[in-house]
Design a protein around this ligand. Structure first.
Ligand code: PMM
Length: 256
């Protein structure tokens, strides 16, 4: 899943694809380099980000979704029902919902749904994340939401641990180590670690543009643990990691 943020302020690619034509060309490049989905988002959910109003989010994402849907599967990364609905009408075939609550939009539109775990809201989520057993709590939450989505009629339901969303670095690492437990739920697992802050801290403070190796390392662990999809800025390198894991049989050995 290639990341396409049509925002002025996302932590990594904010401002780069804010113009519609630039966004569409970049999205096409993501498809060309092997993305199965291009994930279009119009609101930054980085820690501390200010929410965007619905009209502005619609203005940002709709023309890009409509155009890119001609070239491959587009997912809409939103927490707003009206944005998800309009994007599905414009051709999006997956609702990627960081609030894990918009499955009825997916059900009504006959499209896929991804439920992501977040503790709190983006403006405050990193203040004091607290869990007992983080893997068990995240898995339990995701299975409940994913089951509700299935029962509402959504056929393709993904679960995503939401790395960096109300989690300390230790929580993120526990979730990466515990991906096999999410895979064991039977729902296909999506993982988004690409260029995130915890990776920067793990590799000595590298800035967002300098986290490729760390992002690929986590993508490789995710695929080897049985994850079905990784959300990534650097699609070509991530596809190469996926192919290596698939061809080498690593997925069976590590996940066993
Ligand atoms: N991360 C971000 C945004 N949307 N969606 C899913 N399903 N999983 C994620 O981990 C996720 C997401 C934040 O990263 P960005 O600013 O690079 O989009």
């Amino acid at each position: 899943m290639g990341v396409l943020n049509v925002t002025p302020d996302s932590f990594s690619d904010g401002g780069r694809w804010f113009d519609d034509d630039a966004a569409v060309s970049h999205g096409r490049r993501l498809f060309d380099t092997g993305a199965d989905f291009v994930d279009v988002g119009g609101e930054s959910t980085r820690p501390g980000a200010t929410p965007v109003d619905e009209a502005e989010e619609l203005r940002r994402v709709l023309p890009v979704v409509r155009e890119l849907a001609r070239f491959g599967r587009v997912s809409i990364d939103t927490r707003q029902r009206a944005v998800a609905e309009a994007a599905v009408d414009a051709g999006a075939t997956l609702v990627n919902d960081v609030s894990a609550s918009l499955w009825t939009v997916a059900a009504e539109g006959g499209v896929a749904f991804a439920a992501m775990h977040m503790q709190g809201a983006p403006s405050t989520m990193q203040a004091c994340p607290t869990y007992g057993d983080v893997v068990a709590e995240v898995a339990d939450f995701l299975v409940r939401r994913a089951t509700a989505a299935r029962e509402a009629g959504v056929e393709e339901v993904w679960i995503d641990p939401g790395l960096g969303f109300g989690k300390t670095d230790a929580h993120n690492l526990s979730l990466v180590r515990g991906l096999g437990r999410l895979v064991a739920t039977g729902f296909p697992v999506l993982v988004g670690a690409s260029r995130k802050g915890f990776l920067g801290r793990l590799v000595g403070g590298a800035p967002a543009d300098d986290r490729l190796e760390a992002s690929i390392a986590i993508a490789t662990v995710a695929f080897a643990s049985g994850a079905g999809m990784v959300r990534a800025h650097d699609v070509a390198a991530t596809v190469a990691a996926a192919a290596l894991v698939a061809e080498s049989g690593l997925v069976h050995r590590l996940a066993a």
